[in-house]
Ligand binder design. Structure first.
Ligand SMILES: NC(=O)C1=CN([C@@H]2O[C@H](COP(=O)(O)OP(=O)(O)OC[C@H]3O[C@@H](n4cnc5c(N)ncnc54)[C@H](OP(=O)(O)O)[C@@H]3O)[C@@H](O)[C@H]2O)C=CC1
Ligand SMILES: O=C(CO)COP(=O)(O)O
Length: 307
């Protein structure tokens, strides 16, 4: 395919892994990071794709900065952030789309632990958009023998899958840290997926999306891998460390911590049952111990599996 010029915003673990994937396919890649030496205006100049791998806490600020520069009307935005805005509960793609209503926005999300991708291990992901042509271009740009990209027409579902599984990854870390066994883990991940579907449906996402790579796929990856920062938060809490201690030593961002707070707020407003998220929230807030959170979940009123 033709060379595409890509501006990658965010020089963290994921931004750099995505930059390597696109460079390896022969594209022109420029990376901007707030601490780096590159200038944002120069990085954005003539970019056909602007990909954001900024942690959630910096998205709104970076969107405002990008807005102050002239862009080609055809520029495609790609967001790879897995979080929710604490003020508005908006997803990152909603923030980009609101700021750039006439540009296509594509969500890139899937089971993509950056350390494995940097080791050239095979992986698959999803490029989702309401604009099929934009999703297909992103698919072409990143696809390779080691990175298989599927398109999808439910960007909200794809984005929420990647975001909500972070909370379940924290819970899974607790489960493994407490040595609760394989049965418990299977129950947790399965009921976690049910909870993600319930939340996603109330948001307007498609149920089937959560059974794909960006939902179940990412859930399996992060709930089972010590490479996941979110999993590490839960695991280390189960070993008795405080959240403050864990975050101080964590390499990179664990988005699930903030997502959990945002979700509890949104679930209250919309009257959605989120028992696992609620216990993760109470644990992170220091209201319960890991053992108490487990008991709360196991001793809930008994009920049918589906209702
Ligand atoms: N790592 C992974 O395996 C994957 C991560 N993701 C998602 O990608 C996002 C980034 O993750 P990751 O790269 O791992 O995280 P890192 O912590 O490694 O990097 C975060 C990036 O965000 C930037 N950033 C944070 N706050 C601001 C701000 N206020 N203004 C500008 N830039 C800011 C950081 O800049 P600085 O370095 O200057 O602080 C850094 O470039 C997260 O939402 C994560 O969930 C998605 C898939 C895989
Ligand atoms: O989203 C990820 C893999 O798909 C990365 O997970 P962590 O942010 O928990 O490390």
């Amino acid at each position: 395919m033709q060379k595409t010029t890509i501006a990658i915003l965010g020089g963290g673990a994921w931004g750099l892994a995505l930059a390597d994937l696109a460079s390896a396919n022969g594209h022109i890649v420029r990376v901007w990071s707030r601490r780096g030496s590159t200038n944002l205006e120069a990085v954005l100049q003539d970019a056909q794709i602007i990909l954001s791998a900024i942690a959630m806490k910096g998205v709104s600020d970076v969107v405002s900065q990008v807005k102050s520069f002239p862009l080609s009307p055809n520029t495609i935005f790609v967001t790879a952030t897995k979080g929710l805005d604490p003020q508005t509960t908006c997803t990152p793609s909603q923030i980009w789309q609101t700021a750039f209503p006439h540009h296509p926005v594509v969500v890139l999300s899937g089971p993509n632990l950056s350390k494995e991708i940097q080791q050239s291990l095979p992986a698959a992901t999803v490029a989702a958009s309401n604009d099929t042509a934009a999703a297909e271009l992103v698919q072409l740009v990143f696809s390779s023998p080691r990175f298989r990209v599927y398109t999808n027409a439910d960007p909200l579902g794809v984005e929420l899958g990647g975001t909500l599984k972070n909370i379940m990854a924290i819970a899974s870390g607790v489960c493994d840290g407490l040595h609760l066994g394989t049965n418990a883990k299977a129950a947790l991940v399965t009921r976690g997926l049910t909870e993600m579907v319930r939340i996603g449906k109330s948001w307007g996402a498609k149920t089937e999306t959560f059974y794909g790579l960006s939902g179940l796929g990412d859930l399996l990856a992060t709930c089972n891998s010590p490479l996941s920062r979110n999993y590490q938060v839960g695991y280390q809490m189960a070993l008795g460390q405080t959240l403050t201690e864990i975050l101080a030593n964590l390499p990179g961002t664990a988005e699930g911590v903030n997502t959990c707070q945002v979700l509890v707020q949104r679930a209250k407003q919309h009257n959605i049952a989120i028992p696992i998220t609620e216990q993760v929230y109470r644990l992170l807030e220091g209201e319960v111990t890991t053992r108490q959170a487990l008991d709360e979940l196991m001793l809930r009123d008994i009920k049918p599996e589906y209702n």
